[in-house]
Design a protein around this ligand. Structure first.
Ligand code: DGL
Length: 263
C-alpha cells in the first residue's frame, strides 16, 4: 500500500473520539481511518497523570502497528499530556487542545469563553496555558465534570441523570461569568449537544473537532499525502462491541468494521 493510503489513526478513552471520526468522514471522505477507543478503562478523566500516560502508551504502540500516517489524539484528557506523548512515536501526532484554542479565539466575545471538560483536563490547565502561548487575552472560565463523560458513554436511558450532570457543569460556569460561547472540551460532549442546546439555547457550542480536522487536512495537503482510495474505517474497542454500536449509528458513521481488541 502506498504511504498516501496509510490511515489516519484516532484514539480516545472510549466512544468520544467518534465525534472526530465523523468530522474526518465529512471533511476528508477518502481517508482510511483506524480508531481505538479504550472503553474498558474509561473514564480517563478521573485518573492521575501517570495512569493516563501508561494507558495511552499502549494505545499509541498499537496504532503504530496499523500503517498510520498521522495520529489524532481525539481526547482532551489525553491531549492534556501531549508533551509526554510526542516522544513515544515517530508518527506525526495532533492534539485536540490547540485547535480548540484556535476555535475559541475565533469565537471570542467580551464575556470571555466557557470550558467544560473532565477534571483531569481542567486540573492540567492546558487550555489556559495554550491560550496564553497563543498570546490570547481572552478570559477563560473552566469547569470540570466528574461524571458527564462516563454517563454519556454508559448511554443509559436515564435522561434525568444526564441533564443533572450537564446542569451541574454549566450552571457552575454561569455563576462565574455570563459566558455566551462554550467550548466542549471533552470529545464525549458533542454526542449530547442537542441536549445541551435544549437546556441552554443561548449558548454557542464550540466543538474543537472541526478545527482539528481542518489542521490535519492542511497538513496532508501540504505534504501531498492525501489518500486516493475508497475509504475504510476500522474501529477497535477494548470494551463491548454492543455498547459501541449505538454511537456509531447515532453519529451516522459509515463504512466501518468493528473489532474487539484488548491491549
Ligand atoms: N473523551 C475524553 C476527553 O475528551 C474523556 C473521557 C474520559 O474521561 O475518559 O477528555
Amino acid at each position: 500500500m502506498g504511504y498516501n493510503n496509510y490511515s489516519i489513526g484516532v484514539l480516545d478513552s472510549g466512544v468520544g473520539g467518534l465525534t472526530v471520526v465523523k468530522e474526518i468522514q465529512r471533511q476528508l471522505p477518502k481517508e482510511n481511518i483506524v480508531y481505538f477507543g479504550d472503553s474498558l478503562n474509561m473514564p480517563y478523566g478521573n485518573k492521575d497523570v501517570g495512569e493516563i500516560i501508561s494507558l495511552t502508551k499502549k494505545i499509541i504502540s498499537f496504532i503504530d502497528t496499523q500503517n498510520v500516517k498521522v495520529i489524532l489524539i481525539a481526547c482532551n484528557t489525553i491531549s492534556s499530556q501531549i508533551e509526554n506523548l510526542i516522544p513515544l512515536t515517530d508518527t506525526p501526532i495532533f492534539d485536540i487542545i490547540y485547535p480548540g484554542c484556535l476555535a475559541a479565539i475565533e469565537n471570542q466575545s467580551e464575556d470571555g469563553i466557557g470550558l467544560i471538560a473532565t477534571e483531569a483536563t481542567v486540573k492540567a490547565n492546558i487550555y489556559g496555558k495554550t491560550l496564553k502561548s497563543l498570546k490570547s487575552e481572552i478570559p477563560l472560565y473552566s469547569q470540570g465534570s466528574h461524571d458527564l463523560a462516563r454517563i454519556i458513554e454508559k448511554n443509559n436511558t436515564n435522561k434525568e441523570q444526564l441533564e443533572l450532570a450537564i446542569k451541574e457543569a454549566i450552571d457552575s460556569l454561569l455563576v462565574k461569568a455570563p459566558i455566551k460561547n462554550l467550548l466542549l472540551g471533552c470529545t464525549h460532549y458533542p454526542i449530547v449537544q442537542s441536549e445541551i442546546k435544549k437546556l441552554y439555547p443561548q449558548l454557542k457550542l464550540i466543538d474543537p473537532a472541526v478545527k482539528l480536522v481542518e489542521i490535519v487536512k492542511s497538513y496532508l495537503e501540504k505534504h501531498q499525502i492525501l489518500s486516493n482510495t475508497r475509504a475504510q474505517l476500522k474501529i477497535y474497542t477494548s470494551g463491548e462491541m454492543d455498547s459501541f454500536l449505538p454511537f456509531i449509528d447515532v453519529l451516522g458513521i459509515k463504512n466501518y468494521t468493528l473489532i474487539k481488541q484488548v491491549l
